[in-house]
Design a binder for this molecule. Structure first.
Ligand code: PHE
Length: 378
């Protein structure tokens, strides 16, 4: 009620309302005012509280003002009609406010329910499912090829002693090949026995395997290896290898090259030829380097567009990996009888093979986790 002509600020006498009829009319207009105000309110719980305070509030509510200004000072003759009208007004206000409250509560429950309702026609949340990393896929592919010819998988530790990484593989401490396999040594607590290093190749697992098993041995060893190399397009301080080892009573060089040739044809395609060149590893004798005929130019050395093939630089051959017949000296470290057993070993660089197969020219993309790259190999 606007303060200017607020009738509850004056007594009935001051308002000149001395007749019961006028009093009744005055109450009717107050009631009308209440109805109008309530009708104008949005039907929410805040409006209810506000109206309740304004009209029924004990200190400054309209009904309190009416009690103080109209009822208490009323002339004795008017008191009954004022009291009665006030009671009626109070009942009216209370019952109307209660209905308002119930309606507001219902409305807010309904909005909440509508908000929380599940719309089954909406498309679901799509959570993209990851896929195997290309390196893992190539591991799997190579493992499957070797499974098919009777090899099984073994694994070994990434942290090694120099004995397994070097000495037992016929690489004594002074040997110059150690320079090519510079690696990371672990910082050990004082008094801990011996140095430990991150393996530079999967070959130490040859030793672990032969220590545990007697021939025939036919295993492949997938895993991570580490070298102190600066990263560039073809080097990484961590990369992946699959070691292969076959040892039995009568394994020949022919078995060896036949196995590798079978693997390369399975992996790159029937049309790919293999060759081997002399090489050197302290733990194989003889040692070789296997090449495949260039899978980009078909071995011709000439690119499809004419000109020299950029991948094999015109050679027609691409270097694949190192291998060889197990050096008899190695058998001495695992108590195999070098007179009775023979075998071959190979160490395939997975990253390199994956790069060749998929035409990737930077090894770093394997480790950057860029989904634009990963998505190309679902
Ligand atoms: N371990 C050698 C390397 O990492 C590869 C290899 C394995 C060579 C087995 C011969 C036999 O370079």
């Amino acid at each position: 009620m606007p303060a200017i002509d607020n009738p509850t600020e004056k007594t009935l006498a001051e308002l000149g309302l001395t007749e019961p009829e006028l009093v009744a009319r005055q109450f009717a207009s107050v009631r009308e005012q209440f109805d109008k105000e309530l009708l104008a309110k949005p039907g929410d719980e805040a409006s209810y509280t506000q109206m309740k305070n304004a009209w029924l509030g004990r200190k400054s509510g309209v009904l309190t003002a009416i009690t103080e200004k109209w009822l208490k000072p009323a002339a004795p003759a008017l008191k009954p009609i004022v009291g009665q009208s006030l009671n009626e007004l109070k009942r009216h206000i209370e019952s109307n406010l209660e209905s308002f409250r119930v309606a507001a509560e219902k409305a807010s429950a309904a909005t909440a329910a509508a908000r929380e309702q599940i719309d089954l026609s909406l498309p679901g949340v799509q959570r993209p499912i990851g896929s195997r990393h290309l390196i893992r896929q190539v591991f799997q592919e190579i493992e499957d090829i070797f499974f098919s010819i009777g090899f099984s998988v073994v694994e070994g530790p990434e942290i090694e002693t120099p004995y397994y990484n070097f000495e037992a593989l016929n690489i004594p401490e002074y040997h110059p090949v150690r320079d090519d396999m510079d690696t990371f040594y672990l910082e050990l607590p004082k008094g801990a026995p011996g140095p430990l290093l991150l393996r530079t190749h999967t070959s130490p697992v040859q030793i672990h395997t032969m220590e545990k098993r007697q021939p025939p041995v036919r295993v492949i060893v997938p895993g991570k290896v580490y070298r102190r190399d600066n990263p560039d397009a073809t080097h990484s301080f961590m990369f992946h290898q699959i070691e292969g080892l076959a040892v039995d009573n009568d394994i020949t060089f022919c078995d060896f090259t036949g196995t590798i040739d079978y693997f390369v044809k399975q992996f790159f395609g029937e049309g790919v030829k293999t060759r081997f060149r002399p090489s050197y590893f302290p733990f194989t004798e003889p040692s070789v380097e296997f090449d495949a005929s260039c899978i980009f130019c078909g071995g011709s050395g000439t690119a499809k567009t004419g000109g020299t093939c950029g991948k094999c630089k015109g050679a027609g051959w691409i270097e694949l990996f190192g291998a060889g017949m197990v050096d008899p000296a190695v058998y001495g470290f695992v108590n195999y009888d070098p007179k009775k057993v023979s075998g071959f070993a190979f160490g395939i660089g997975i990253d390199r093979l994956a790069m060749l197969k998929c035409g990737i020219d930077d090894i770093q993309v394997f480790f950057q986790n860029d989904v634009r790259f990963l998505k190309q190999f679902p």
